[in-house]
Design a protein around this ligand. Structure first.
Ligand SMILES: Cc1ncc(COP(=O)(O)O)c(C=O)c1O
Length: 394
């Protein structure tokens, strides 16, 4: 099956508004199937979970379906997947729960490649119990995260390593498996931020060596809701702060308050929509095929974007990562990133400017005080024409 980007675009009602969306790393638009699933859930009788009546059974079913779908997306056990308002919120829940198992002098390793949502919750949790924070650094020229530095960073006091599967600024894909192997060798757990990576590649949590893998559905054509996957046996050992009467079951005890059932219906629909772009037997197989097709399309469009930007003397690309998602950050001589973004917006091209919460990276490369950089990302519905529109408007 060959990838037909126009057929894909036709399924996204929002694209008819005409903007060229290079803001995918900030959040994608949704296909009609996802909007319909959310709307259908909201028009259906839904009550709180675990009741004897049909509307309660519907809520139970929606939650079970979403866990099963997320399991297929990530190659994870649905019994170890918890949902929450955002990846940031989920990571705070987890960091506070893990910190209860840490002692003074234990060590937590974070990286300067990461979005702050995979940094600050760990830094603050470490501070709350007197644990030490150690920093993995990037090479500011390439914006890569050298794996070998973890040999020196990791001691037998290391309890947790937090690392991203891909940078939401430069697209850099670090060697997560290499880092995870080193962490596991000293007995540390690994929390992988998959928010930026998940829309761009087939994910296999076990192959990555992730003890925890976090992602957000609104980055891959779904609603604004997030999930973290882990081995349910690992979650059994953790005790997040929660209300006294709420369930102590895993994974439910990691979900604070009443779930957003309509959003969860949208999660399942988004995963089914991605899987429907591929072929194969099981949903997991179709998902894997679809992600490879999407990645191949994105790469071709991204190559055009990168070549167009690189051809300009007045454009400076941020980093040269060997392995990356189709996302690039750049600056333009004589213009602030904010001026560039505004100019592009005037031409109907959506990009973000600033640090997009990759604040450690922007500080490390010396751009934090200069407005950061412009960021453009390619997703499943981006076209060559849109790339030309961006380059032309620039
Ligand atoms: C790499 C990465 N991690 C984490 C987040 C935070 O996700 P959420 O908005 O679900 O908290 C983002 C959001 O942009 C991101 O790009």
């Amino acid at each position: 099956m060959s990838y037909d980007v126009q057929a894909v675009r036709a399924q996204f009602p929002a694209l008819s508004e005409g903007l060229a969306h290079f803001d995918g790393p900030g959040g994608t638009q949704v296909p009609a199937a996802v909007a319909d699933a959310v709307g259908t859930a909201m028009r259906s009788a839904i009550s709180n979970r675990h009741g004897d009546f049909a509307s309660s059974a519907r809520a139970d079913g929606i939650v079970d379906d979403a866990r099963a779908a997320a399991g297929d997306l990530l190659g994870a056990d649905p019994r170890g997947i918890f949902f929450g308002q955002s990846m940031t919120a989920n990571t705070y829940v987890l960091a506070r729960a893990l910190a209860k198992t840490w002692a003074v002098g234990d060590e937590v390793v974070v990286s300067r490649l990461d979005h702050d949502a995979n940094v600050r919750p760990w830094v603050q949790a470490a501070e709350s119990v007197g644990a030490t924070v150690r920093w993995a650094d990037i090479d500011p020229a390439t914006c890569e995260l050298p794996t070998e530095q973890y040999d020196a960073l990791l001691t037998d006091r290391a309890r947790l390593v937090a690392v991203t599967a891909a940078s939401n600024a430069t697209g850099t894909r670090p060697d997560v498996r290499g880092i995870a192997d080193r962490a596991h060798a000293v007995g540390a757990l690994v929390h992988v931020d998959g928010v930026h990576a998940t829309p761009h590649l087939p994910v296999d949590v076990a192959a990555l060596g992730a003890d925890f893998y976090a992602c957000s559905a609104y980055k891959w054509y779904g609603p604004h809701i997030a999930m973290t996957a882990a081995d349910p046996a690992l979650l059994e050992t953790l005790h997040p702060d929660k209300l006294a009467p709420s369930t102590d079951d895993v994974p439910d005890r990691f979900e604070l308050g009443t779930s957003g059932f309509a959003q969860l219906a949208g999660v399942t629909a988004a995963i089914d929509w991605i899987a429907a772009q591929g072929t194969g037997g099981s949903r997991r197989e179709r998902m894997s095929d679809a992600m490879q097709q999407i990645a191949a399309h994105e790469q071709a469009v991204f190559d055009r974007l990168l070549a167009g930007l690189a051809a300009r003397d007045d454009v400076q690309l941020l980093g040269t990562p060997a392995s990356r998602t189709p996302t690039v950050a750049f600056t333009v001589e004589g213009r602030t990133p904010q001026q560039v973004a505004k100019q592009l917006a005037g031409s109907g091209v959506a990009v973000w400017a600033g640090n997009y919460y990759a604040v450690e990276l922007m500080t490390r490369v010396g751009l934090e005080d200069r407005g950061g950089a412009v960021r453009a990302g390619v997703v499943c519905y981006t076209t060559d024409d849109e790339v030309d529109r961006l380059l032309g408007a620039l």
